[in-house]
Design a protein around this ligand. Structure first.
Ligand code: AMP
Ligand code: MG
Length: 521
């Protein structure tokens, strides 16, 4: 049984439940909530608010359900729908909204918190890994401020598809288990249908979860939260000389590597506030994200980011800014002498750039199919990128096609010069191609082997904004969810040749340039 196929072409109503005696229901998963054990200074207990009107399952991530230990054949879908739409809380769950603060667009905002997400609780999968399961869009919480606690179908669908796409690309991310649709009207710039996302991560603790206690001078709470994170997510660090310092070092490393992966694949997050930065180094809080299409390093995907603070090429710097916010919040734990602690934190943060550059260089070298590291590689890459910028070359298409390059020059493909034609100034590209051929010869690169290696790191399929937009329009206008399912399957295997899906790898249509995404989701 493939769950998504049970709701083909827009049938909005759940099919009758399949009863079985295997692990088919959420309540069978053995719920706990270790985060709740921290005490009420860290969260507010709150129940999800079901939709006003009908709710139905739009899509279930079958692979994720299996990972959690749910038995697809024994799945009780109506019970699952009740759990995923906030109508019934699974047995043993202890729902809560987490408190946090954060730097938004560079300014400290003292109290944020889960304003429209509720953590139902935590389960362990058959491999004994912890998963917190949240419902996003599940109604008001004490942290909702002026918001309505809801999420619209459009943004839910984008997060659902993109988190699966990022996972397929091998980039650390929160995951998604299912999407629920509803007829409830949600007011944004227009009236839109409300939806809920079941989101999962081993932990949803953010940099801002620590910041809130630093600014309130509640240093005991910083320690308790750090101890919790160490105990549950970094147990190996507890044995080190200073576990709190080790925690910061580890988060610096993970964040540097994460952002290097974003840069290499051309992902722009769009709203890298410190409350949207995961203590586990995961991509979290998908909103106005975008993938580079025509290569513009200053690409701003978030329509409300007027200053370009979160432009694509700013992400590595912003990562460091956010890590500095985290380091500051952890300062009280580093050393009895605050000056010593601050000096140590500065030296730890100074490592970030080196880790980022090293990771990025190695990812980009792999994208070029290079196996050895030579000094000249940086200028080879920079010159290629600048030719791409000049010509507005599509980032994903170019790197994918580059695998067809041969050391003797351009393969006589049909249509000919399939790579060269992606550039505005073809003679400049020819000069670059000659250098590239020489560079490949230096390491005796074998064309076919390189082609295979390159195709394993240069995706053919990414979640272009317009692809998501087509799925959104069908879902909103006709309750037709078939495109969600097609993209979902496509993006799980972004490196595979999928001849039947070739059209998804094409250049975006002209109308795509008019799509605007912003924070209002
Ligand atoms: P974001 O920009 O999505 O990371 O959200 C920033 C803050 O606003 C977080 O505390 C969110 O929980 C909160 N928030 C965003 N949208 C809503 C909404 N519709 N209702 C309540 N809170 C929201
Ligand atoms: Mg957020």
């Amino acid at each position: 049984m493939y769950f998504s196929d049970k709701f083909p072409h827009g049938s909005p109503h759940p099919t009758p439940s399949l009863q079985g005696d295997r692990k088919g229901s959420f309540s069978d998963l053995g719920w706990t909530n270790t985060f709740a054990g921290l005490g009420e200074a860290f969260y507010s207990r709150v129940q999800p608010t079901p939709f006003d009107g009908a709710a139905w399952l739009i899509h279930i991530n079958r692979g994720m359900a299996q990972t959690l230990g749910l038995d697809a054949e024994a799945m009780d879908e109506s019970a699952l729908l009740a759990n995923l739409s906030g109508q019934a809380v699974p047995k043993g769950a202890d729902p809560l909204a987490m408190l946090y603060a954060g730097h938004q667009f560079g300014t400290y905002v003292p109290q944020l918190g889960d304003g429209r997400a509720i953590m139902l609780g935590e389960i362990r999968d058959p491999a004994n890994r912890p998963w917190e399961i949240q419902l996003k869009g599940s109604g008001l919480t004490p942290y909702s401020r002026q918001g309505d606690g809801r999420a619209v179908l459009r943004s839910t669908l984008r997060e659902y598809l993109c988190s699966e796409a990022m996972h397929g690309l091998g980039i650390p991310t929160t995951r998604a288990l299912a999407m629920v649709g509803s007829d409830e009207e949600v007011y944004r710039e227009h009236i839109e249908p409300g939806a809920m996302l079941a989101r999962l991560a081993p932990s949803h603790v953010r940099f801002g979860s620590f910041e809130v206690f630093f600014y309130r001078n509640q240093y005991d709470h910083i320690r308790s939260l750090a101890d919790y994170v160490l105990e549950h997510h970094y147990p190996e660090l507890k044995e080190t000389a200073n576990p709190y310092q080790s925690l910061l070092v580890e988060v610096i490393q993970r964040t540097a590597r994460l952002i290097a992966k974003w840069q290499a694949v051309g992902f722009a997050h769009g709203v890298m506030n410190s409350d949207n930065m995961s203590i586990l180094g995961l991509t979290i809080d998908y909103g106005p994200f975008g993938f580079l299409e025509s290569y513009q390093p200053g690409y701003i995907c978030n329509h409300s980011d007027y200053s370009g603070r979160y432009a694509f090429d700013q992400q590595p710097n912003i990562g460091l800014f956010n890590l500095s916010c985290l380091a500051q919040a952890l300062l009280p734990l580093f050393d009895d002498d605050p000056n010593q602690g601050a000096e140590w934190a500065k030296s730890a943060l100074a490592e970030y750039q080196g880790i980022f550059v090293k990771t990025y260089a190695s990812l980009m070298r792999a994208k070029l199919g290079l196996q050895e590291a030579l000094d000249e590689d940086q200028s080879l890459l920079e010159d290629l990128l600048s030719l791409m910028q000049q010509g507005g070359t599509d980032y994903t298409i170019l790197f994918r096609k580059l695998s067809e390059f041969t050391c003797g020059g351009l393969r006589d493909a049909n249509p000919p010069y399939v790579i060269r034609d992606l550039f505005l100034d073809r003679e400049d590209f020819d000069a670059w191609a000659e250098r590239y051929a020489l560079r490949l010869q230096k390491e005796n690169s074998v064309d076919d082997e390189r082609c295979e290696r390159m195709n394993n790191v240069n995706p053919k399929y990414i979640l272009r904004n317009y692809l998501a937009e087509v799925a959104i329009r069908k879902a909103e206008d006709e309750k037709d969810y078939s495109e969600i399912d097609s993209l979902f399957k496509l993006l799980q295997k972004p490196f595979d040749e999928q001849p039947e899906n070739e059209h998804y790898a094409a250049h975006p249509p002209d109308w795509a340039s008019g799509i605007e995404v912003s924070c209002s989701s």
